[in-house]
Design a protein around this ligand. Structure first.
Ligand SMILES: [Zn+2]
Ligand SMILES: [Zn+2]
Length: 490
């Protein structure tokens, strides 16, 4: 494809690649959802011969084009993928859970190459059926959304926010009089997740995206749902290319708070925010106040992750602007204090959390009361608690074990790198074996296993092996071999 690679000064975008866990390589996603079958094997054979496969694109019944696409995508057969996108007989096409570790960006570029824009009143009787091309890696997506009627909403993942979305342009919600044939060009959507990280390939991919938007003459809505920005300071080019209202996941790493505040106001539908190493001078200055003000407007916010974000004795300011629906809160390396734990235990916004991660806060514990109150408040919802490297001592842990016992939905507990002795570790295990949903515990290596706590080099492997053996025996005796106890080194 002859595309001029455009310059994005200071921005090096990349396709945001997520690798599904527990997914074997070469996994084939069939629609309807069936595991690998003889049909899969047949299609994998077909795509190995490109000329036969290209003929098959024209000849095969449309239902068989789905396994053919899956085989071509996972096998990295770009020309076949491109031909299939061009001829796709369904309204939507999702990459979904399909994996291709070797040439993922190239395959996505081939898909973009295949994307066609034609006016409805073309002299040719053939009109592309594809309206939504979804390049996001989302394990929950099928390759296409089956619909008995070819009417909107024909795709479960269509944009609902942008004024340039198919929904808004067709007026499908409130104006059924506007038929597709009345539009000079049928609106289309291109769904992507973008990670601006500096790689050359990703920069090239973003140029492809821009090229397709320009080529569509306004009929293509580029819909980014997940935007991750790393070490980037030029947000204006991003803002020009994307409609920020579509973004529901935002991640920013190594940026100034003033830069976060520049793009924040345009993202009204964020459900997840992940900010790391954000630089700002003072809690009293304008940027911090603006940041809190924008947070307060995000009523659908489900997840907030702040790391290397100094909040010493300031947590109450953050908590009081958060949505009470917040379910996932990560506050790693936030320099939290005992006082912040008191705020957290009293906060109405922290009453429905499913996940709480407070790791890497070196707290000078005055007493365990705030922590006990917090866990009691969360006993009906908490599924995951992480407090690694929080300087939790025997005394503090012994105090809050009774509260942990009542967290009946707890599935994951992580208390690595805290100075705990073996008797308290035993007590922890004995008190948690009745929690039937608890399956994964990362426990602190007891202090007696170290010459000097907690330097890895001073770890006595023999003593640690004895600890592991004892824990295995205790789990066996409690008939909880389904529960995995491990150290952070495993
Ligand atoms: Zn769909
Ligand atoms: Zn959109």
């Amino acid at each position: 494809m002859a595309v001029e690679v455009m310059e994005f000064e200071g921005i090096l975008p990349a396709v945001y690649l997520r690798t599904g866990e527990n997914r074997p390589s070469g996994f084939i996603n069939m629609d309807p959802q069936e595991p690998g079958t003889l049909l899969d094997l047949a299609m994998q054979t077909v795509v190995k011969n490109e000329s036969i496969a290209l003929c098959a694109v024209e000849e095969l019944p449309r239902e068989l084009l789905i396994p053919l696409f899956n085989a071509a995508f996972t096998g990295g057969h770009k020309n076949i993928v491109k031909a299939l996108v061009r001829m796709w007989p369904f309204s939507c096409l999702h990459v979904g859970a399909l994996d291709n570790a070797e040439s993922f960006c190239e395959i996505l570029e081939a898909m973009l190459d295949g994307l066609q824009f034609f006016p409805v009143h073309n002299s040719s009787s053939w009109v592309p059926k594809l309206r939504i091309l979804d390049l996001r890696q989302n394990a929950d997506c099928k390759t296409t959304c089956f619909s008995f009627m070819n009417k909107f909403p024909f795709c479960n993942h269509a944009c609902t926010y942008s004024q340039n979305s198919i929904l808004k342009l067709q007026g499908a919600n409130n104006d059924h009089s506007t038929s597709e044939s009345q539009l000079s060009r049928p609106p289309m959507e291109l769904l992507v997740d973008i990670y601006f990280d500096g790689s050359r390939g990703a920069r090239r991919f973003l140029s492809y995206l821009r090229y397709k938007v320009d080529q569509s003459l306004g009929s293509l809505h580029l819909c980014c749902r997940d935007l991750q920005i790393e070490k980037s300071h030029d947000y204006r080019n991003i803002q020009k290319l994307l409609d920020m209202v579509c973004i529901d996941h935002l991640g920013m790493d190594q940026a100034y708070l003033s830069e976060v505040c520049i793009i924040f106001p345009h993202m009204a539908n964020l459900s997840s925010i992940n900010l790391s190493k954000i630089i700002f001078r003072s809690y009293k200055r304008k940027n911090f106040k603006m940041f809190l003000s924008h947070l307060s407007q995000l009523t659908d916010l489900q997840e907030l992750s702040l790391s290397w974000f100094p909040l010493k004795n300031q947590l109450h300011k953050l908590l009081r602007v958060l949505s009470p629906n917040l379910a996932y809160l990560h506050l790693n390396f936030c320099d939290l204090t005992n006082k912040d734990f008191i705020y957290l235990s009293e906060s109405l916004q922290a009453k429905n959390l499913k996940l709480l991660n407070l790791s890497k806060n070196q707290i000078s514990w005055e007493d365990s009361l705030p922590l006990r109150i917090l866990l009691d408040n969360l006993s009906g919802t908490l599924q995951q608690l992480e407090m690694n490297s929080c300087l939790i001592t025997d005394l503090i842990l012994s105090d809050f074990i009774p509260s942990l016992r009542h967290c009946s939905h707890l599935r994951v507990l992580s208390l690595a790198c805290n100075p705990i002795t073996m008797p308290v570790l035993r007590s922890l295990l004995q008190n948690l074996t009745h929690l039937t949903e608890l399956k994964h515990v990362t426990y602190p290596i007891p202090v007696h296993c170290y010459e000097q706590w907690h330097f890895r080099d001073s770890l006595d492997e023999e003593r640690l092996a004895e600890v592991k053996l004892e824990i295995r025996s205790m789990l066996w005796a409690a008939q909880r071999t389904d529960m995995k106890w491990s150290t952070s080194y495993e």
